[in-house]
Design a protein. Structure first.
Lengths: 288, 330
C-alpha cells in the first residue's frame, strides 16, 4: 500500500516538474518556431545554481531558487539575442545552435563542479507528512504546490495581460502580429526568458530530490519532447495535459515493471502520436 | 586545369596519403586511421539522407544493426568476413526499409523526432534482450582471416585491418559518388530543393526519399560491420544519441553541399578530437562552440572556404543555407 501511495505521489511530482519544463519548450516553439534542444540543460543549470547558492554562498533555499530562475532567464535572453535573432531566417540553424548550447552548458557544469561529486541540496521542508500509516515527504508536496502556482500565474499572464495577448498573437501569425505594432524582438526575448526561467525553476525545485549531474538534463529534454509532441507542438495547455498523462504512465510502469520498458513504451507512444495524430492532443490541425 | 580534375587530383593525393599512413605511423595511429575511414563512410552515407532534405537521428543505430548482425553471425555461425559484410548491409537496409514506412510520412522536425524515437527504442531493446548481450553487448569477435592458395593474411593485425577497411570504404565512396552523378542523385537534389515541383513533373518523391534512406542505411550497415571487427566488440552505448549528434555536427561543420565537404569535416574533427584527448571532459564544449561559430559565420560549412581551390557546384550561393527542413510550415 505504501508503494502505491508513493507511486501516486511520485507521479504527481513528476507531472508537475515535467509540465514546468514542457510548458517552456512549447511556449518557445509556439512563439519563435525554435525547437530548443538546450532546454533540458537550462533545467540542469537551475539545479546547479540552487546548489551553489544554498551551500557555497550559504543563503536560504528560497533565495537560491530565485537566483536559479534569474540566472537561467539571463541565459535564455542571451540565447535569443546572440543566436536566434541572427538566425531567424534559418529555422534549422536555430535547432543546430541549440545543440551547440546544450554541449557548452554541459561542459560548463562539468568544469564548474566536476562529474563525480555528490551535490546535496537541503530541502527547507525536511520530514514527511504522516497520514495514518502513510508518509508523504513534505518537499514532494511542496514541488507539486509550487508548480501549480507557477502554472496558474503563467495562465494568468498569457490570458489576462497585454503581454500574453501579444505572445498569443505572435504564435498565431508572426507577420500579422508585427503589423499590429507588436515588437517581435521584445516578445521573443520575454518568451525566451520566461521559458528558460520556468526550466530553471523546475531544476531548482527538484534539486533536493534528484541526483545533480551535468547530464541530468538529457532524460528531461527527451521526456519534454515526447510530451509536447503528445500535447501538440506549441500548445501550452496540451503540454500540461500530456505531462500529467505521460508522467503518470511512466512512473507506474517503471515502478511496477522496469524503467527500460517504460522508456521503450514512451518512445513508441511518441512514434504512434507522430504517425496517427501528428497534431497531438491540443495542437492545431496541420499538414506534416 | 578544370576544377574537376583538381578535385580528382586531391582525392588521389588523399588516398595515397591514407595508403602510406601505416608505413610512417605506429599501430596507434593506424588504428585511429581505421576509425577515421569508418567515420568518413558514415558521414558520406549520412549525406545521402541530407541530400533529400532531411536530418535523421537513426543513422547511427542503423550502423549498430550492421554491427550486431556481423557480431552474431561470426560468433554463433562462424560466417566469413565478406558474408557478414553483405549480411550487415542487407540487415540495415531491411530495418531501414521497415522504419521508412512510418517515418517517411513525416518531414522536418517531425522526421527528426520520429527517427530518434524509433532508433532509441531499438537501442534500448538491445540493452534489454539477453540475445544481444544486454548492457555489456557482444565481445570477443574474431578478426577476419584470409587463406587463399597458400597465401594467408591475418586481419587481426592493425595494419592489415586498416588496408581492408580502406579498400571497403573507398569502394563504397566510389559507388556513392557514382550514384550522385547519376540520374538518381539529381532527383534527390530536386526533392530537397523543390519537393512539390518535383512531384508535379512526375517524380514520386516519397519513393526516392525511401530509396535514399535505405541505401544510406546499407552503407551505414557496412560501416557497422567494419566497426564491430575493428573493436572486436559491440555495445549498445556506442550507438547512443550522443554519437548521432556528433554525426550531425561533423557533417554540418564540413558542409553537406559537396561530396568532399563531409569528408573534410569528418577528418578535421576526428583529428581535432584526438588532439583534445588530454582534455576529455572539455571536448563537448569545444564542439558546441565550433558548431555555434560555424552556424553563425560559415552557415554552409567549411567546404565554402575550400570552394575556390577545389571547385565544385558552389558557384551560385543559394538562399537556403542548410537543407531546409521546412519547419516553417510545421
Amino acid at each position: 500500500m505504501q508503494i502505491l501511495i508513493d507511486t501516486l505521489l511520485n507521479s504527481a511530482m513528476a507531472s508537475a516538474a515535467t509540465a514546468l519544463v514542457a510548458i517552456g519548450l512549447a511556449l518557445v516553439f509556439g512563439v519563435m518556431r525554435v525547437e530548443n534542444f538546450a532546454h533540458g540543460e537550462l533545467y540542469m543549470v537551475g539545479a546547479y545554481v540552487t546548489w551553489y547558492v544554498s551551500t557555497d554562498l550559504q543563503l536560504t533555499y528560497f533565495s537560491a531558487l530565485v537566483c536559479a530562475v534569474l540566472f537561467t532567464a539571463l541565459i535564455g535572453a542571451v540565447m535569443e539575442v546572440a543566436l536566434f535573432r541572427r538566425l531567424r531566417s534559418n529555422p534549422v540553424g536555430c535547432l543546430i545552435v541549440t545543440i551547440g548550447v546544450l554541449l557548452v552548458l554541459q561542459t560548463a557544469a562539468v568544469w564548474f563542479a566536476g562529474i563525480n561529486r555528490t551535490l546535496l541540496v537541503e530541502s527547507p521542508f525536511p520530514g514527511a507528512l504522516r497520514v495514518s500509516s502513510f508518509a508523504l515527504p513534505w518537499h514532494r508536496l511542496f514541488v507539486i504546490v509550487a508548480a501549480i502556482v507557477l502554472m496558474l500565474a503563467l495562465t494568468w499572464l498569457l490570458r489576462r495581460t497585454m503581454f500574453g495577448w501579444a505572445v498569443r498573437a505572435m504564435a498565431q501569425d508572426r507577420e500579422a502580429a508585427s503589423l499590429q505594432g507588436i515588437s517581435i524582438g521584445k516578445i521573443s526575448i520575454a518568451a525566451m526568458m520566461l521559458s528558460a526561467g520556468l526550466a530553471g525553476a523546475a531544476g531548482g525545485l527538484m534539486a533536493p530530490i534528484v541526483r545533480i549531474s551535468p547530464f541530468m538534463g538529457q532524460p528531461v529534454i527527451i521526456t519534454a519532447f515526447i510530451v509536447i509532441i503528445m500535447g501538440g507542438l506549441g500548445s501550452v495547455e496540451g503540454a500540461i495535459i500530456a505531462s500529467i498523462l505521460y508522467s503518470t504512465f511512466f512512473t507506474f510502469v517503471s515502478t511496477y515493471i522496469d524503467s527500460t520498458v517504460a522508456a521503450i513504451a514512451g518512445l513508441c507512444i511518441m512514434l504512434a502520436v507522430l504517425i496517427f495524430m501528428p497534431s497531438g492532443l491540443m495542437g492545431r490541425t496541420e499538414k506534416v | 586545369m578544370r576544377p574537376r580534375s583538381i578535385s580528382t587530383g586531391v582525392a588521389i593525393v588523399l588516398i595515397a596519403a591514407a595508403v602510406l599512413l601505416p608505413l610512417v605511423a605506429g599501430d596507434y595511429f593506424t588504428a585511429f586511421g581505421t576509425e577515421i575511414a569508418i567515420t568518413v563512410l558514415m558521414l558520406s552515407s549520412y549525406r545521402i539522407i541530407v541530400l533529400t532534405g532531411e536530418w535523421s537521428f537513426a543513422h547511427v543505430v542503423l550502423q549498430g544493426v550492421g554491427a550486431y548482425t556481423a557480431a552474431i553471425l561470426v560468433k554463433d555461425l562462424g560466417w566469413p568476413f565478406p558474408a557478414t559484410l553483405a549480411a550487415g548491409a542487407a540487415m540495415s537496409a531491411l530495418v531501414a526499409a521497415i522504419l521508412s514506412y512510418p517515418l517517411l510520412r513525416m518531414k522536418g522536425f517531425y522526421f527528426l523526432m520520429g527517427s530518434f524515437a524509433a532508433a532509441e527504442a531499438i537501442r534500448l531493446l538491445w540493452r534489454k534482450i539477453p540475445f544481444f548481450g544486454g548492457t555489456r553487448g557482444l565481445s570477443n569477435i574474431p578478426a577476419p582471416y584470409l587463406e587463399l592458395g597458400g597465401v594467408s593474411i591475418d586481419f587481426g593485425h592493425t595494419t592489415n585491418y586498416f588496408y581492408l577497411t580502406l579498400t571497403v570504404v573507398i569502394c563504397c565512396l566510389l559507388l556513392m559518388w557514382w550514384m550522385e552523378q547519376a540520374r538518381i542523385g539529381g532527383i534527390w537534389r530536386a526533392i530537397q530543393q523543390q519537393d512539390v515541383l518535383a512531384q508535379s513533373i512526375g517524380i514520386e518523391s516519397r519513393t526516392y526519399r525511401r530509396l535514399a534512406f535505405v541505401i544510406a542505411a546499407a552503407f551505414a550497415g557496412i560501416a557497422g560491420v567494419l566497426l564491430a571487427y575493428a573493436f572486436g566488440s559491440v555495445t549498445a552505448n556506442r550507438f547512443s544519441l550522443n554519437f548521432a549528434l556528433y554525426l550531425m555536427i561533423w557533417s554540418i561543420v564540413g558542409g553537406t553541399r559537396t561530396f568532399y565537404g563531409v569528408v573534410l569535416g569528418g577528418v578535421v574533427l576526428m583529428v581535432f578530437d584526438e588532439s583534445l584527448r588530454f582534455a576529455e571532459e572539455l571536448r563537448p564544449g569545444v564542439y558546441g562552440l565550433i558548431l555555434i561559430a560555424v552556424m553563425l559565420f560559415f552557415p554552409q560549412g567549411l567546404e565554402r572556404l575550400l570552394a575556390p581551390i577545389v571547385g565544385g557546384p558552389t558557384k551560385a550561393p543559394r538562399r537556403d543555407v542548410v537543407p531546409s527542413t521546412r519547419s516553417e510550415n510545421a
